[in-house]
Design a protein around this ligand. Structure first.
Ligand code: SF4
Ligand code: SF4
Ligand code: SF4
Ligand code: FES
Length: 957
């Protein structure tokens, strides 16, 4: 069902009406019932009658410019455009009459008279609405020649790395402009000039690359001609077949149609029926997939006994047997718990599940952890404690029903762009916005969007700020008493109300700490509590703090106190960073939890897994990631299997991490590139990209979506197969024939997943939100509807405790980190795509006052030094950051942002405090000592790779 020949998705011409009231009309003699507000064009399409159209599309408001969709309506003069005419009770409509045929042919004739007739050599040949419409209206000849004024020689703008704009093919239907405005919300395009002169321009006659365009691709998708066309289509031609799959970048989890020629991707088109993205995309998922076949891909297994030795390419058998024998040797020598594994939030649920099973069943230890440790582990802890489930409460669609939104410690325009577009659309409809962030993120003031409040909180004081908001709500009589009385634990609530009501928690008392004006904070609290449906979306700016878990609980408190849980338009919504962070947590990647967030010390749960797996599982939690590093340095942890995760670049205090890895005896890295961690590895197992495997990802909405293989694994095996090989070599049999069998096992052992299967996901149109079980056979879009998962909601006391990372005389600035749109996480994928044209290095944002104090100008090299280390970056002097705060991204290994971050961490989960590091900054002219050493080590490792022995025996079967 989901693998098809390539064809355009059905387009109903105008958006569906949301009205529940209907009227009866007659179209071409057939009576039908239609929702009020539906256009005549859509009503006809719903009745199976396709009225010719060019400027209309069902993801855009009707515009009525092309005049191709004319109809006749009894009792009306003239020929109204069906796309802009709403149905009325009793309307009698004709869509096909000789007069209409004539009119439409004339319209098409005019279009074609200013359009090159090069269909056979045009890249859109076979996928062009103009061509289709010429056929539909029966255009046979064009009476006007090309002698008069025309646009046929207009020059192509090829500046964007992913698509061309050829104005000679443009029919000025303005679909691209409207897609950019309405769908994407960037407003980068305009129609310049009038009448014949009118042309589409990006900004003030800029090239696309110089303009505000963020390369989401919505205009390209909207264009009915080849005026806006993907470069890959121009190069490769039209695809032959398509497969529906899920983006492997961020936690939005957009569904895409991978359009293929054999095993080559021609383009990725956001899938209209995708329930997370509703046909939209961002530059990463839409265009930045070339890394999957990049020349840097590592395709041969390699081993070496020492990281100073050259690599040796070996057969899969040899690599797996060597890895297994090393792990056994280490366990024999240092004990069972001297090894562990890291699961990947980029891999599928099935792969993640297998890695934790490998660790628990084949290694015999609970020493398994995941990168969620360093991002959203406080979400798991905080939401489980207060609401009873470690996950977000809503669908992304829910935001279209919200009235007031808090975005806290998240920058959706950069990190969750498709969600940002949806949010902006709701804001343009009138919803209110409160941004809580040390930086003025794009949402604070975007085209046609302006935050009602921006609370520029001082890094490290989130808990104080939210407690002060709660103070306003509690002391000004704004609590939703009925909700609290019915849904929450009374004693905990009373204690919480007494706590937050104390004068020391007032906005006035807290403003010295948070840096946020008391009146703004009071205004924001009142708006949230009284503005209608209130929703909270948050990110790593909440979790990656010493009080990350406390802040998550403060968010849940706020939602409960205002009754904003359990229905559309409200809720607590962690925006997950990587594509499968939610899934990797669900699958039992934490050392204390089996799949489904059940503690390993729970005898009944453990016995269930023991029976199924035929092994004994330890009842004590294993080591967390930071504990593994500490244990490595103290000599008790010696072996690590690390799948799809670059802990050297992504974890804090890089020098501590690399010292730990350098002290270990066997590190097995499974990845698609030789990443920073692999430079410390003894065994390298080639990984597979998301295009090379079957499975599922779970997005931030708890939506489990299918990932489908579109090409053979480049190195011979999908990641799940490699884990099975390693397990078998260790003597613990794993003989799955397909990832669907792994999902069947997950469902068998995990109550919240008991109804999930690949078949079920297909039946439900490509995805399902957990819990999916007997109680919710079709999944659970919104959680905690009638009661909380834990029964009654539990308010928690959120006492503010200052971080140890405070500005001092020695380190007077606070460094905080984040992402940029075009790059993703450690950058291993996006750095290997043309996305580097927008961002080719990490920059240090610094406020003009702080820059001036230090004699720093934009472009200067600046050293930032913390108690953990020092690195240098180029400065970007900007008022986006407040005085006293500096900011950078961490996408490039040579910038070493995490050399500076410390091992301070969340009190409950050990999630590192990336968002607050006390630093000093000064202008310099040379790289830091760490950077010099990194560069040297990198050269050595690249040489050892280049000099690897290549006498690899046979390829895998
Ligand atoms: S690619 Fe996206 S942002 Fe750029 S012009 Fe097109 S719709 Fe606008
Ligand atoms: S570029 Fe394409 S979508 Fe935009 S106005 Fe021209 S034909 Fe229409
Ligand atoms: S928003 Fe996220 S999931 Fe969607 S295309 Fe972009 S990176 Fe992929
Ligand atoms: S489709 Fe209706 S006027 Fe263009």
């Amino acid at each position: 069902m989901l693998e098809t020949v390539v064809k355009r998705d059905r387009d109903f011409g105008t958006p569906a009406s949301t009205s529940t009231e209907t009227v009866r009309i007659t179209i071409d003699g057939t009576e039908c019932e239609v929702a009020i507000g539906t256009s005549v064009m859509r009503a006809a399409a719903e009745a199976g009658i396709n009225i010719p159209k060019l400027c209309a599309s069902d993801n855009l408001e009707a515009f009525g410019s092309c005049r191709l969709c004319l109809v006749q309506i009894e009792g009306r003069r003239g020929y109204p455009a069906s796309c802009t005419t709403p149905v009325e009770a009793g309307m009698v409509i004709q869509t096909e009459t000789p007069k209409l045929h004539d009119l439409r042919r004339n319209v098409m004739e005019l279009y074609i008279s200013d359009h090159p007739l090069d269909c056979l050599t045009c890249p859109a040949n076979g996928d062009c609405e103009l061509q289709d419409m010429a056929g539909v209206v029966g255009l046979r000849n064009v009476r006007y020649g090309y002698d008069g004024a025309n646009h046929l020689d207009d020059a192509t703008d090829a500046s964007n790395p992913y698509f061309d704009y050829d104005p000679s093919k443009c029919i000025v239907c303005s679909r691209c402009v409207r897609a950019c405005d309405e769908v994407q919300g960037t407003f980068a395009l305009t129609v310049d000039g009038r009448g014949f002169e009118s042309r589409i321009t990006a900004g003030q006659n800029n090239s696309f690359l110089e303009s505000d365009c963020v390369s989401c691709g919505a205009c390209v998708q909207a264009c009915p001609t080849s005026s806006l066309t993907e470069k890959t289509v121009i190069m490769m031609g039209q695809a032959e077949h398509s497969v529906i799959t899920t983006c492997a970048y961020c936690g939005v989890g957009c569904a895409f149609k991978a359009e293929m020629k054999g095993e080559q991707v021609v383009r990725m088109v956001p899938w209209k029926d995708g329930q997370a993205n509703r046909g939209h995309s961002c530059v990463k998922g839409r265009f930045a997939w070339g890394y999957a076949t990049h020349q840097d891909r590592m395709l041969k297994p390699m081993i070496r006994s020492n990281i100073a030795d050259p690599w040796q390419e070996v057969s899969w058998d040899e690599a797996i047997n060597y890895a297994a024998s090393e792990l056994k040797r280490i366990q024999g020598q240092y004990g069972r718990d001297s090894i562990g594994g890291i699961t990947s939030s980029r891999c599928t649920n099935e792969e993640t599940y297998l890695v934790q099973k490998l660790v628990r069943a084949a290694f015999g230890t609970n020493n398994v952890d995941t990168c969620a440790r360093v991002c959203h582990s406080p979400t798991g802890y905080g939401l489980k404690t207060t609401l009873g489930e470690s996950a977000g409460t809503q669908t992304f669609d829910s935001v279209m029903h919200t009235d007031v939104v808090i975005v806290m410690g998240a920058n959706p325009s950069a990190a969750h762009p498709v969600f940002a577009s949806r949010l902006k659309r709701r804001l343009r409809q009138g919803a209110k916005l409160i941004v809580i962030d040390p930086r003025a993120i794009e949402l604070v003031e975007a085209p046609h969007v302006k935050a009602d409040f921006h609370l520029p909180v001082r890094p490290g004081t989130n808990t104080a700020l939210l407690t002060a908001m709660a103070h306003v709500i509690a002391t000004e009589g704004l609590i939703n008493d009925a909700f609290v009385a019915e849904r929450c634990e009374t004693k905990a609530f009373d204690e919480w109300r007494n706590f937050v009501s104390q004068p020391q928690n007032s906005p006035e008392a807290m403003q010295e700490i948070t840096g946020v004006s008391a009146s703004d904070l009071r205004g924001a609290a009142r708006l949230f509590a009284t503005g209608g449906n209130g929703s909270i979306y948050y990110g790593l700016g909440v979790t990656e703090h010493s009080q990350g878990s406390t802040t998550v609980m403060a968010i849940a408190n706020l939602a409960m106190a205002t009754g904003n849980l359990g229905r559309e338009g409200v809720g607590v919504n962690p925006l997950r960073g990587q594509n499968n962070v939610q899934g990797s947590c669900d699958m039992g990647s934490f050392p204390h939890e089996l799949p489904g967030y059940r503690h390993v010390s729970d005898d009944a749960v453990r016995h269930q897994f023991e029976q199924d797996w035929g092994v004994t599982i330890q009842a004590e939690p294993g080591l967390r990631l930071p504990n593994m590093f500490d244990a490595a340095l103290s000599g008790s942890f010696k072996g690590l299997y690390c799948q799809g995760e670059d802990i050297v670049q992504s974890d804090p205090n890089t020098q501590h991490v690399t010292a730990a890895l350098a002290s270990m005896e066997c590190i097995i890295v499974q990845d698609i590139f030789l990443n920073e961690t692999a430079k410390y590895a003894h065994v390298f197992l080639p990984g597979s990209s998301f295009l090379e495997k079957d499975g599922t990802f779970t997005n931030a909405e708890r939506r489990i979506s299918r990932v489908r293989k579109v090409m053979k694994p480049q190195a011979g095996f999908s990641d799940w197969e490699v884990t099975c090989l390693l397990s078998n070599a260790l003597g613990y049999a794993m003989n799955y024939r397909h990832p669907s069998e792994i999902m069947d096992e997950i469902a068998r052992l995990t109550p919240t997943f008991s109804g999930v299967s690949f078949k079920k996901i297909d039946e439900l149109g490509g995805s399902v939100q957990w819990p999916c079980n007997d109680a919710a056979p079709n999944g659970t879009p919104i959680m905690h509807v009638d009661e909380f998962v834990r029964g009654q909601g539990r308010f928690m006391i959120t006492q503010y405790v200052p971080s140890d990372e405070r500005s001092t005389r020695k380190y007077p600035l606070l460094l905080t980190t984040g992402r940029i749109l075009s790059q993703y996480n450690v950058g291993a994928q996006t750095r290997r795509t043309p996305n580097v044209m927008w961002h080719d290095a990490d920059r240090l944002e610094i406020h003009p006052h702080d820059a001036e104090d230090r004699g720093i100008q934009s472009g200067d090299w600046v050293a930032i030094q913390s108690r953990a280390g020092e690195t240098t970056l180029r400065a970007d002097v900007t008022e986006r950051v407040q005085p006293g705060v500096i900011y950078t991204t961490f996408h490039f290994p040579e910038s070493g942002a995490n050399v500076v971050t410390t091992d301070n961490s969340d009190w409950a989960t050990d999630c590192p405090e990336y968002k607050v590091t006390a630093v000093q900054a000064r202008r310099v002219t040379q790289p830091s000592e760490w950077q010099t050493n990194w560069s040297r080590f990198n050269d050595v490792q690249q040489t050892l790779l280049a000099n690897r022995s290549r006498e690899t025996p046979e390829e895998p079967a």
